[in-house]
Design a protein around this ligand. Structure first.
Ligand code: KIV
Length: 272
C-alpha cells in the first residue's frame, strides 16, 4: 500500500515528480464547482482536474466537444476559490489548441490569467507537439493525455480500450516519451492495457496517472460524480463506486417531497 511519505502544504508540479520518485501514489479527482472542490481538497486529494468531462457531467452533452474556453474558465475559477492544498489542472477544451501553437498559447494564457488554475491538460501526442512546446515556453505547466482521448471520439468511433494492437501501443510509447522530453510534468493514460501502462510508467521519470490503466502507474484519476455513484448510466469495468449517491439523493428528494405534501416540513422548530 502506498501511503503519504511526506506532508505537502501545497501540491505543486514538482511535488508530483517527487511523489513518483518516493514511490508515493498520486490521487486525482475531478471537480467543476466550488462546493465539490472544497470537499475534494479538504479530503487531501493531491490533484483536482477541472476536466472537460464537465461537458457531459455538468451540461449533459453527449461528448466533451461542445464545452467552450469561457465555460472551462468559469468552472476552473469556481474550483480555485475553494482550494487550499491541491494542484488544480484545467483541461484545454477541444478546438482551442490543435490548430496552431499561437492559439494554443493564447488559450492556455486565458486559463491561467482568468481562472487562476495551476496547469493545463491537453489530449494527444506528436500531432500537437508544437502547441505543447509553445505553452511550456511561456512557463505554463502542461499535463499530457494519451490512450482514450475523448476529444477524438469521432475519429475512433467508440470508447473501447485503446492501444491493444502493437502499432498503436508503439505510437503511445513514443508519444509518452515525446511528452516527457518536451517538458510535460505528468501524463494521463486512459483506458489502455495495464501491462502497457506499467511499461510506460516505468520508462518515464514524470508521473503517469491512470484511468482504466491498472495499478502499475504512479497515480489514479476518476470522475468524482462517477465514483460517488451520482451517475448510473456509465459502467466501465475500471470504475469503483464508493457511494451510491444516486439512490441516496433520490430517497432524500422523495422524502422531502412527501414531507412538504404532508405538512411535516417545516415543523414548529423550523420556522420563525
Ligand atoms: O475530463 C476529464 O474528466 C478527464 C479525465 C477522465 C482524465 O480528462
Amino acid at each position: 500500500m502506498s501511503i503519504a511519505k511526506k506532508q505537502y502544504k501545497r501540491v505543486t508540479v514538482k511535488s508530483l515528480v517527487e511523489m513518483k520518485s518516493n514511490g508515493e501514489k498520486i490521487s486525482m479527482l475531478t471537480a467543476y464547482d466550488y462546493t465539490m472542490a472544497k470537499i475534494v481538497d479538504g479530503a487531501g486529494i493531491d490533484v483536482i482536474l477541472v476536466g472537460d468531462s464537465a461537458s457531459n457531467v455538468m451540461a449533459g452533452h453527449e461528448t466533451t466537444l461542445p464545452i467552450t474556453l469561457d465555460q472551462m474558465i468559469y468552472h476552473a475559477s469556481s474550483v480555485i476559490r475553494a482550494i487550499n492544498r491541491a494542484l488544480v489542472v484545467v483541461d484545454l477544451p477541444f478546438g482551442t489548441y490543435q490548430s496552431d501553437p499561437k492559439e494554443a498559447l493564447r488559450s492556455a494564457i486565458r486559463i491561467m490569467k482568468e481562472s487562476g488554475g495551476h496547469a493545463v491538460k491537453v489530449e494527444g501526442g506528436k500531432e500537437i507537439k508544437e502547441s505543447i512546446k509553445r505553452i511550456l515556453n511561456a512557463g505554463i505547466p502542461v499535463m499530457g493525455h494519451l490512450g482514450l482521448t475523448p476529444q477524438s471520439i469521432y475519429k475512433f468511433g467508440t470508447y473501447t480500450v485503446r492501444a491493444k494492437e502493437e502499432t498503436e501501443a508503439e505510437k503511445l510509447k513514443e508519444d509518452a516519451k515525446m511528452l516527457e522530453r518536451a517538458g510535460c510534468f505528468a501524463v494521463v493514460l486512459e483506458k489502455v492495457p495495464a501491462k502497457l501502462a506499467k511499461e510506460v510508467a516505468e520508462s518515464l521519470t514524470i508521473p503517469v496517472i491512470g484511468i482504466g490503466a491498472g495499478n502499475g502507474v504512479d497515480g489514479q484519476v476518476l470522475v468524482t460524480h462517477d465514483m460517488l455513484g451520482m451517475t448510473h448510466e456509465f459502467n466501465p469495468r475500471f470504475l469503483r463506486r464508493y457511494l451510491n449517491m444516486y439512490e441516496e439523493m433520490t430517497n432524500a428528494f422523495k422524502k422531502y417531497a412527501a414531507d412538504v405534501k404532508s405538512l411535516d416540513f417545516p415543523n414548529e422548530k423550523e420556522q420563525y
